[in-house]
Design a protein around this ligand. Structure first.
Ligand code: PLP
Length: 380
């Protein structure tokens, strides 16, 4: 099966008990035992639940992974991957990562004896230079939030593997439709399924996908032991969203390309960042390791915070909110929102100026979206 077929069919056979075409919401805690020591199938919904199994199998197939595990949030998925580490272990991370991931590293895992070093992910040699004998993981996010820098997945995988470390890729931004890092050497892929995978801004979720059996078993153990599992309704909503992932991603991208072109020709925009623009410093890498450029567009307004306030006030269609990947268009101000937990110094270091604006381009009519932006830019 090809991608779009898998998204609709894998793990989603008609229900054997009733013939239901759609995987039911198995809203139950427990399952009957046939005999002493013989569960009929499932036992207890923290350990496994049939609606969750359907989602896990479907996501695994889309990432070309052998195994899939679903979590209650993207951060629970990040945390489950970090459960592979022990005190004394070291992680080499790209510096451009989701703010919540950085916070988890620094505020939760550093006090538990794990150390992290942050490198410029756009320079493959930076990873090699930071590796230590106790480095167990290389952590990447590509394209990264919010400045859309890319990491060369194959080069990062080679560096990690040479030193016996695993490459972990947060694949939330491109979704598996545009990029499948396991096919390029990554060992573990994770998602905030809250974003494109669910796609309708109505469910929080996460997932870990891998073909590494030992890693799968350890993360699966943690999933059951720590219990940050999604409920059956959340899994069902994610499965429903997933069915249209292909068509949504194609439209997100078409709209994003048109908007990136509009912004890059606008006098009040000092920089437009989109991997699909030929001027993006890693446009060639994007063409070679991705199947498309995604739906996120970042740009910088001249004049900083005051202009940003004006801009978002005037917008009518773009909604001023956190998150991304839903069918509706969103605008966010990373300096005061997703990256507010960074100090001003840390933000400066990673290039998030006060005038930086990130768009999650939705799938509304693109002409309406461009008119909205044009109108708001005129007010700046
Ligand atoms: C949103 C996000 C997360 C965290 O996921 P939640 O579902 O909000 O817990 C992790 N990584 C990236 C890239 C994200 O965008």
């Amino acid at each position: 099966m090809r991608f779009s077929t898998k998204a609709i069919r894998v793990g989603q056979q008609s229900d054997p008990a009733t013939g239901s075409i759609i995987v039911p919401v198995y809203q139950t805690v427990n399952f009957v035992f046939d005999d002493v020591g013989k569960p009929h199938g499932y036992e207890y919904s923290r350990s496994a639940n049939p609606t969750r199994t359907a989602l896990e199998q479907c996501l695994a197939s889309l990432e070309e992974a052998k195994f899939g595990l679903a979590f209650a949030s993207g951060m629970a998925a990040v945390d489950a991957v970090l459960s592979l580490l022990r005190p004394g272990d070291h992680v080499v991370s790209a510096e451009h990562i989701y703010g919540g991931t950085f916070r988890l590293f620094e505020k939760v895992y550093v006090p538990r004896g794990i150390s992290f070093i942050y490198v410029d992910g756009t320079r493959p040699e930076a990873f090699a230079g930071a590796m230590r004998p106790n480095t167990k993981m290389v952590w990447i996010e590509t394209p990264a939030n919010p400045l859309l820098q890319l990491v060369d997945v194959r080069a990062a995988a080679d560096t990690a593997h040479k030193r016996g470390a695993k490459l972990v890729a947060d694949n939330t931004f491109p979704s598996p439709y545009f990029q499948r890092p396991l096919t390029q050497g990554a060992d573990i892929v994770l998602h905030s399924t809250t974003k494109y995978i669910s796609g309708h801004s109505d469910v929080i979720g996460g997932a870990v996908l891998t073909s590494d059996q030992a890693a799968y078993e350890a993360i699966r153990f943690h999933q059951n032991a720590a219990g940050a599992v999604p409920g059956p309704w959340d899994c069902w909503l994610s499965l429903r969203g997933l069915k249209t992932l292909s068509v949504r991603m194609r439209q997100h991208e078409a709209n994003a390309i048109a908007i990136a072109e509009f912004l890059s020709g606008h006098a009040k925009v000092i920089e437009t960042i989109y991997p699909g623009l030929p001027g993006h410093p890693q446009h060639k890498l994007a063409q070679s390791q991705m199947d498309g450029f995604g739906g996120m567009v970042t740009f910088r307004l001249d004049g900083g915070g005051e202009q940003v306030r004006r801009f978002v006030k005037v917008l009518k269609l773009f909604i001023f909110a956190e998150s991304l990947g839903g069918v509706e268009s969103l605008v966010c101000h990373p300096a005061s929102m997703s990256h507010a937990t960074l100090t001003a110094e840390e933000r400066k270091k990673v290039g998030i100026t006060d005038g930086t604006i990130r768009l999650s381009v939705g799938i509304e009519d693109v002409q309406d979206l461009i008119e909205d932006l044009d109108h708001a830019l005129a007010a700046c």
